[in-house]
Design a protein around this ligand. Structure first.
Ligand code: PLP
Length: 457
């Protein structure tokens, strides 16, 4: 029996009865009924009732080549027929992770030549945490194991991911974090810059919070700093240009490893293959997932720099870590086909030179002037809209994010999918968006903002 045999109400009822959703208030979900998406094509998703919605989130920051790509379905089908699964434990390998690793080493920033696979960003960050601590232990410094992260960071939802992340509500439900991870301020000028402080100076101050945390613990106790180049789930917090170079300088000064979490930014979103290049820094590890397969298969790749890899290879016996699906042949086949599309269609370059700048301009011209909007910001095809009650004072509406939900609901009803997190609306569209798609999105968002303002004032 297929889903077509069920009505929307029936599917919602079964969903409510048996399906626990991620990051969801189930009481609210059961009262409202889930929106059931049944198909998608290009930049659009379609729900069970046939509504066409422009997907401003690329699924969940991942469907970068858009929907309905036969090349990816064909790659999966061919690989499933030939070899659906074999592991890469015990000195075995299969061709697609071998070839994908070579490809990733070619596009990764200089000095990064090794890859460790998992199925999700969370798993990749677990791997990264284990790897950097293992690295220092192999270097004879097992006590150099503290990780510095940031408040409001998102690094996944496993125990390690939650502990690395800086989201208070997640910590509260954790019931026991991975020890020795500390969180410093985020580089979020809109709320945290002091009156009269320039972006440049604020960026340096936020970076020095990392130095303070190193000095407080002692450099010989700090393994690494981890950060998303642009904080994604925390609200597309774009750091001032001064931030990352200063963080890198501080990490190098105290011999602290630099771990970038590019689960969102990896594979083109900021207009470079990796945001490490956008911000001109050379990390020791890069966590990637999502757009590696454009979400068509679950796959993550932790890109590992030569310094760590050399020690792992030369000094280690066995690294006691891995997943059944590390280097999954089907997921890796899809990743290879996905990278082909990104390359062939020049999507990274297009974001850099055309759609990224146009997106920034469209947000400024069509959205920033709206009554509810305190700030718009973007880098590449990743943007945020701050919802405020008062543009001048930056005062927020009461209800901690409820106003943004009102905007989001109007947007969806108006054929535009975007996300609300706190008081911030987030956009992270597929990289196939054109100028015309950007205009369509801005028109729909502008209308949603007007309708929401009428409700909220
Ligand atoms: N890291 C970042 C920056 C993310 O945005 C996410 C997910 O959104 C993750 C890690 C976790 O990835 P996953 O949900 O695949 O475990």
């Amino acid at each position: 029996m297929t889903y077509q045999n069920y009505s929307l109400k029936q599917l919602q009822h079964i969903d409510a009865a048996h399906h626990l959703h991620p990051f969801t208030d189930h009481k609210e979900l059961r009262a409202a009924g889930s929106r059931i998406i049944t198909r998608a094509e290009g930049p659009f998703i379609y729900d069970l009732e046939g509504a066409e919605i422009l997907d401003g989130m690329a699924g969940l920051w991942c469907v970068n080549v858009g929907y309905g790509r036969d090349e990816l379905a064909d790659a999966a089908y061919r690989q499933m027929k030939e070899l659906p699964y074999y592991n890469s434990f015990f000195k075995c390998s299969t061709p697609t992770p071998v070839l994908l690793s070579k490809r990733l080493a070619e596009i990764a920033p200089k000095g990064i030549d090794q890859v460790f696979y998992g199925s999700s960003g969370s798993e990749a960050n677990d791997t990264a945490l284990r790897l950097v601590r293992h690295y220092w232990a192999l270097e004879g410094k097992p006590e150099k194991n503290r990780i510095i992260s940031r408040q409001n960071a998102y690094h996944g939802s496993t125990v390690a991911g939650t502990s690395l992340g800086g989201m208070e509500p997640m910590h509260q439900q954790l019931g026991g974090a991975v020890p020795n991870i500390v969180h410093v301020m985020m580089p979020y000028a809109y709320e945290l810059a002091l009156p009269g402080e320039s972006d440049h100076d604020f960026g340096l101050r936020a970076a020095r919070a990392v130095e303070d945390a190193i000095l407080e613990a002692g450099a010989d106790k700090v393994a690494a700093f981890i950060g998303e180049p642009v904080m994604g789930a925390g609200g597309v917090k774009i750091p001032p240009a001064s931030y990352w170079p200063e963080v890198e300088r501080i990490c190098r000064k105290y011999d602290v490893l630099l771990m970038l979490d590019e689960v969102i930014t990896g594979y083109g979103r900021t207009g470079e293959w990796f945001a490490a290049t956008t911000y001109g820094i050379s990390p020791d590890t890069i966590t990637t997932a999502k757009a590696l397969t454009s979400g068509y298969q679950p796959l993550s790749a932790l890109l590992v720099g030569d310094r760590i890899a050399r020690t792992l290879v030369e000094k280690s016996g066995e690294f006691n870590h891995g997943y059944t699906y590390s280097g999954h042949p089907v997921a890796c086949a899809v990743a290879l086909a996905n990278l082909d599309i990104i390359e062939k269609e020049g999507l990274v370059e297009r974001v850099k030179t055309d759609t990224g700048p146009y997106f920034a301009q469209a947000l400024q011209e069509q959205i920033a002037g709206k009554g509810l909007v305190g700030e718009v910001r973007s880098v590449g095809l990743m943007g945020a809209i701050e919802i405020v009650k008062d543009k001048a004072t930056k005062e927020r509406f009461e209800g901690n994010g409820k106003a943004a939900v009102v905007v989001r609901d109007h947007a969806i009803a108006n054929g535009m999918m975007l996300r609300a997190t706190g008081d911030t609306m987030i956009l992270s569209p597929p990289l196939i968006w054109t100028r015309a798609t950007i205009d369509m999105a801005c028109e729909r968002i502008a209308k949603a903002l007007d309708l929401a303002e009428a409700d909220l004032r």
